[in-house]
Design a protein around this ligand. Sequence first.
Ligand code: CO
Length: 141
Amino acid sequence: MIGRLNHVAIAVPDLAAAAAKYRDLLGAEVKEPRVLAEHGVTVVFVRLDNTKIELMTPLGPESPIAAFLEKNPSGGVHHLCFEVPDLINAAKTLTEAGAHVLGDGKPKIGAHGLPVLFLHPKDFDGTLIELEEIKPDLQPA
Ligand code: CO
């Protein structure tokens, strides 16, 4: 069902400082910050050869990651994102197997303008899982 690891998301208390570390210390290609109001976060993508790192920080106290940062004040791995070719089909298979899709169960548009869903961490060994629909023929080289 799942394809490539699309990104690893890390919640950070200071987005500019985290982005600078990846750019200046680790020498990675770091994109401009983007506000994702629907998800309550500001993100910076770090491009690596084989995947991406999504640095994210809360957009205000109502942000879904505000509580995570309260528990992990210095930041931490927040979720993994796997690519799937058919999100609706994946959600159906997983729900039938007893997994829990977060929210209203309907895909939202994620950070890359593609449909995404989140699966409850309790179903995946304590790890929040994001699924992003990427058609295999649209796979970037
Ligand atoms: Co993500």
